[in-house]
Design a protein. Structure first.
Length: 94
C-alpha cells in the first residue's frame, strides 16, 4: 500500500487530537466524586465509554484521578450514613 492510499493520505498515527485535558478530567472526576456512574460521568465530560477505558488503561495520571474521586465519593457516603445512624439505628444496620 502506498503512503498516499492509506486513509486518504493521512500519516500513520495522525488521528483526531485527544480530548484529554485538565478540564475534561476535572468534569469527569467531579461527577464520580458526587457518586455518579461511569456512564453519567462520561456523558458529563463528553467522552465515550471506550475513551474512558482507553485512558484508564494507558494513562496513570487519569487512573489516579479517578481513584481519588472514587475514594472521595466513598468517604462522603460513609459520612452521610454515619450521620443518619446517629439519628436512627436502622441506618447503622445498612
Amino acid at each position: 500500500m502506498s503512503e498516499g492510499s492509506r486513509r486518504g493520505g493521512a500519516r500513520p498515527g495522525a488521528g483526531r487530537p485527544s480530548k484529554y485535558s485538565v478540564e475534561v478530567v476535572g468534569r469527569f472526576c467531579v461527577e464520580i466524586a458526587k457518586g455518579n456512574s461511569i456512564a453519567y460521568a462520561c456523558r458529563a465530560a463528553r467522552i465515550g465509554h471506550s475513551t474512558y477505558k482507553r485512558w484508564m488503561r494507558e494513562n496513570p495520571e487519569f487512573r489516579d484521578a479517578v481513584a481519588n474521586a472514587e475514594a472521595e465519593s466513598e468517604r462522603a457516603l460513609v459520612k452521610q450514613l454515619q450521620g443518619h445512624a446517629e439519628k436512627d439505628w436502622r441506618a447503622a444496620k445498612f
